[in-house]
Design a binder for this molecule. Structure first.
Ligand code: ADP
Ligand code: MG
Length: 250
């Protein structure tokens, strides 16, 4: 049975999409599906798929009654498929309001799991689509940027997770907090890691994702860093993350 992991933090620019793309690529000796649940569609383009060329996106699945299977396309990585997003997903927030059981639409679509891992790249919001993602997920990875105010907003996210656990998805777990854009030379970065450990203990991934230019360059080539520069620090960090994720389960 596959595991569904939402990558969520309502803060923008913390590394959700970078984590989704590169963790997925690092896991792709298994069967992996990435669901792009952000209207910005960065995960789609970062995996080499132009959302404009795709006839069924996550939007049509959530609103138009299409199945997820109809939306699945291959990516530039073998073993890794994707359900694309498009900018019109913005409208789905409102359109979903009229749908019965509106928090469970994605969860119902996901019933047949043909993948070892399904990673959902969430948008920077705690709106209905993110609620759908968290309701469909077995666990959530929370990327935290090693920056000032990193922990700001985390309590709001944790509160949302708590509500979803009590009302919609009791089995939802926090897979882990992941420190991203880490620069070991900065005392601040180390302080934030210590602070995360103090609050969340073994829920913090041992692996940290270092700041690495290759991770920010790769998307413009439409490939994950693992393909763009496999020996880069960013690639190595994500492969380590994949290993840690798998080891946690065994
Ligand atoms: P989010 O999906 O949370 O908005 P992104 O993954 O898109 O965040 O990252 C925001 C920006 O920071 C992007 O331009 C991305 O390329 C860059 N970035 C993310 N992680 C790293 C990293 N570890 N090192 C360098 N740049 C990074
Ligand atoms: Mg993103």
């Amino acid at each position: 049975m596959g595991k569904v992991i939402a990558i969520a933090n309502q803060k923008g620019g913390v590394g959700k999409t970078t984590t989704s793309i590169n963790l997925a690529a690092s896991l792709a000796d298994k069967k992996v599906l990435v669901i792009d649940a952000d209207p910005q569609a960065n995960a789609s383009s970062g995996l080499g798929v132009d959302p404009r060329t795709v006839s069924v996106s996550i939007y049509e699945c959530l609103i138009g009654g299409n199945s997820l299977r109809e939306a699945i396309v291959g990516s530039c990585v073998s073993g890794l498929d994707i359900v694309c997003s498009r900018i019109d997903l913005v409208g789905a927030e409102l359109e979903l309001l009229n749908v019965e059981n509106r928090e469970r639409v994605l969860s119902r679509l996901l019933v047949k799991r043909e993948y070892d891992y399904v990673l959902i790249d969430c948008s920077p919001s705690l709106g209905l689509i993110t609620v759908n993602s968290l309701t469909a997920a077995d666990s959530v990875i929370i990327p935290v940027q090693a920056e000032y105010f990193a922990l700001e907003g985390i309590s709001k996210l944790l509160n949302t997770i708590k509500i979803i656990k009590s009302k919609l998805n009791p089995a939802l777990e926090i897979e882990g907090f992941l420190l991203t854009m880490y620069d070991a030379r900065l005392r601040l970065a180390n302080q934030i890691y210590e602070e995360l450990k103090k609050h969340f203990r073994d829920m913090v991934f041992t692996t940290v994702i270092q700041r690495n230019i290759r991770l920010s360059e790769a998307p413009s080539h439409g490939i994950p860093a693992i393909l763009y520069d496999p020996d880069s620090r960013g690639s190595i960090n994500h492969m380590q993350l994949a290993k840690e994720l798998i080891e946690r389960e065994s």
